[in-house]
Ligand binder design. Structure first.
Ligand SMILES: Cc1cc2nc3c(=O)[nH]c(=O)nc-3n(C[C@H](O)[C@H](O)[C@H](O)COP(=O)(O)O)c2cc1C
Length: 191
């Protein structure tokens, strides 16, 4: 089938993260985000796409930092609360019942209970008429020991990281499943 413009979002399953920020006035903010992409490997830089009217974007411009939190599927209800359009002066941690977690290197707090927290500083904003691309430098990344190991990476069967697929009516939350196939790093690197 040929997809109409408004149906195109459904072909790419996307990760769901929570971006947490703080305004200059000290108001904490959390918002779900799916248009998030690491810039190659290792995860030194990451880009997020933001519509212009986002408190998240205002805060990042004001303070120059943000946290990308990887929530478990069990946080889906809180994620949906954070997706509401609250006024700029509302603390969205309180609205969603989320606990802030002090960051190590930046001002913006992380979200307690997430599988991993990437502390990022603003490197560059590529501004377009209706959206901006924010390139962040990952200055600190902490992951929950219960779900990560040096050798095997994320134990995602137990961690249950949140993802989503879109349809014309909205989105459905999903999570990744291992299909018992592997690829070595060497197969993905130029020889
Ligand atoms: C699963 C999910 C993914 C989202 N991804 C994005 C995104 O990539 N970029 C964006 O600008 N808004 C995205 N949104 C919408 C924002 O989360 C939403 O508008 C939120 O209210 C913005 O909050 P803020 O104004 O406090 O930043 C997404 C919403 C959901 C539920």
């Amino acid at each position: 089938m040929i997809l109409k413009t408004h149906q195109r979002g459904q072909v790419l399953p996307l990760p769901v993260v929570l971006i947490s920020t703080i305004s200059k006035a000290g108001i904490r903010n959390v918002a779900p985000w799916s248009c998030v992409m690491p810039i190659l490997r290792p995860l030194d830089e990451i880009v997020i796409a933001s519509w212009i009217k986002r408190d998240t974007l205002f805060n990042i411009r004001e303070t120059g930092d943000f946290v990308i939190n990887v929530p478990p599927a069990s946080m889906a209800d809180a994620v949906m609360i954070c997706s509401k359009n609250f006024p700029h002066d509302v603390d969205e941690f309180e609205e969603a019942g989320l606990k802030p977690c002090p960051s190590k290197k930046i001002e913006s707090p992380g979200v307690d209970g997430c599988l991993a927290r990437m502390e990022c500083t603003l490197q560059e904003e590529i501004a377009r008429e209706k959206y901006s691309l924010i390139i962040g430098k990952v200055v600190y990344l902490e992951a929950d020991d219960r779900y990560f190991s040096e050798t095997d990476g994320m134990d995602f069967e137990n961690a249950e990281p949140l993802s989503a697929v879109v349809n014309s009516g909205g989105l459905r939350f999903t999570r990744p499943v291992y299909i018992k196939k592997k690829a070595d790093h060497s197969e993905m690197t130029l020889k």
